[in-house]
Design a binder for this molecule. Structure first.
Ligand code: BGC
Length: 282
């Protein structure tokens, strides 16, 4: 999916750029915590895993297809002085979800923070969308977050431990995305899932929030980044006039994972350069 350079060949804005992860990291803010990050072998998930580790969390790097990407994440975390382990688990499969949580407890003895980041999108005119593409998008983006959250909180509730769930949603949990109907539907579902869980899990001291990125420089946007005309049209819609970086998303996630955010639950935090509020004068 991506042609990212490895951590030995750093470019600015790469998710494995440990300097970007360290720049605003609050040392030890997440010390003693264990975080699971799904889809942590590339893009936003990779940057989140590295940032949480740079703040002292032990991180479980979940991936499905890109073992070398997971290794890059793990190496960047080691370079930043952090601790991580890699688990291959497909979030669309309940047995893999069980394995991911069990491995987290086997290797680190606890689980405090879950970042449901794994996501896919498939563009097509609505009338052309196949069942296979629909199933893939809904299963990764919504079913995965649903059942992994369930497996994660079962342990917390049984042990009477607090926890945090942070879903990486999208501006498209609220804003239309023509030609990406399944993606917008999955993210809209993630928005209501977050709100529902915030209410159900609040009494168990488990907070649930969404981070909704706009256009971020990541592999999911590769075809857009390669198409100058399409890219310019997008930039024209972003009041800040640029795409965001995965490090910027990771910074917000680190805050939501921290004790400082202890009273925050049931909210979506938009990080989009103003895209969702955009209006052009007629
Ligand atoms: C999508 C990108 C898109 C961005 C802004 C994201 O959720 O993954 O493909 O460019 O939203 O529309």
């Amino acid at each position: 999916m991506s042609s990212e350079p490895s951590s030995s060949n750093q470019l600015p804005n790469q998710p494995t750029d440990i300097n970007a992860a360290r720049k605003f990291a609050v040392p030890n803010r997440l010390a003693g915590k264990v975080a699971i990050v799904t889809g942590a072998s590339s893009g936003i998930g990779q940057a989140i895993a590295i940032r949480l580790a740079a703040e002292g969390a032990k991180v479980v790097i979940d991936y499905i297809g890109r073992a070398e990407g997971a290794e890059d994440t793990s190496q960047a975390i080691a370079q930043a002085g952090g601790t991580a382990t890699i688990v291959q688990a497909d979030v669309t499969k309940l047995e893999d979800i069980e394995k991911l949580v069990a491995e987290t407890y086997n290797r680190f003895g606890r689980g405090d923070i879950l970042v449901n980041n794994a996501g896919v999108e498939k563009g097509a005119d609505f009338w052309e969308v196949t069942e296979a593409d629909y199933d893939l998008v809904m299963n990764v983006n919504l079913k995965g977050a649903f059942f992994l959250s369930q497996a994660f909180v079962r342990r917390l509730i049984a042990a009477k431990q607090p926890g945090r769930i942070i879903n990486i949603s999208s501006v498209h949990e609220d804003m239309v995305f023509p030609h990406f109907a399944s993606y917008a539907a999955s993210k809209g579902g993630l928005r209501m899932l977050m709100r529902n869980l915030a209410v159900e899990l609040g009494p168990h001291n488990i907070a649930v929030n969404n981070v909704a990125p706009g256009a971020i420089i990541t592999p999911i946007n590769k075809s857009l980044l390669d198409n100058k005309q399409q890219l310019q049209a997008l930039l024209n819609n972003i009041p800040l006039g640029r795409m965001g970086t995965s490090a910027e998303v990771a910074g917000l996630v680190a805050y939501l994972a921290s004790e400082e955010a202890g009273y925050v639950t049931g909210s979506t935090f938009i990080l989009d350069g103003g895209l969702i509020r955009n209006y052009h004068e007629q």
